[in-house]
Design a protein around this ligand. Structure first.
Ligand code: ZN
Ligand code: ZN
Length: 192
């Protein structure tokens, strides 16, 4: 429990404040790392985490697991779901940890005001509740493209259209030529 409070404090500093997502995310990350036999709060080179949400919880996961985008050890999936998957890249062992509370059907998404639990009350409740009661853990298998693993880049290409460099096998091949995603399919931006 004291470990939890300490990791929560650090996650709050990383995120900017301690909100509900940080309270839950810290617990979720601790639970996930414990399932993997790893030490919460310590960097573990065997660990890759896929987060299914890009909100507060994600910052807590990053803080507790010491994974990061830049190290290729944190993979935001953008599913908008309250879950994360912890993968040991040495053994292939993986668990998906899902936040039961956030998925409770009785929780009316539109009326948060109804169960006025203060952040202190929430923290106190989460600190003393065993992770098993808060999260559902599923054993899963995750196929990881070697290009997505931490370490030196394996594939580097140059787009035949725009001429920009594309790292980590993210290019598309067509007629024996390499293209970046923007040129090949669609881009998130439009040139003005
Ligand atoms: Zn937040
Ligand atoms: Zn291009």
């Amino acid at each position: 429990m004291s470990d939890y409070m300490e990791l929560l404090k650090k996650a709050g500093e990383f995120h900017g404040d301690i909100c509900g997502g940080i309270v839950m995310g810290t617990k979720l990350a601790i639970h996930g790392m414990e399932q993997m036999g790893m030490t919460p709060g310590e960097k573990d080179k065997r660990l890759i985490v896929y987060t299914e949400i890009d909100r507060c919880i994600c910052d807590a996961i990053q803080s507790v697991t010491k994974t990061s985008l830049g190290k290729k050890s944190l993979k935001p999936m953008g599913y908008g779901k309250f879950a994360a998957t912890f993968v040991n890249i040495d053994t292939g062992e993986a668990v998906r940890v899902m936040d039961i509370d956030a998925n409770n059907k009785d929780t009316d998404i539109d009326s948060e005001a109804e169960h006025e639990e203060t952040i202190e009350e929430l923290t106190e409740r989460i600190a003393r509740t065993p992770g098993d009661e808060l999260f559902m853990v599923q054993k899963v298998s995750v196929k990881i493209n070697p290009n997505d693993l931490p370490g030196k880049p394996l594939e580097i290409a140059r787009c035949a259209d725009c001429g920009e460099v594309v790292m980590d096998g993210k290019h598309h091949l067509k007629g024996g030529k390499a293209y970046c995603t923007s040129c090949f399919e669609k881009s998130y931006y439009q040139l003005l």
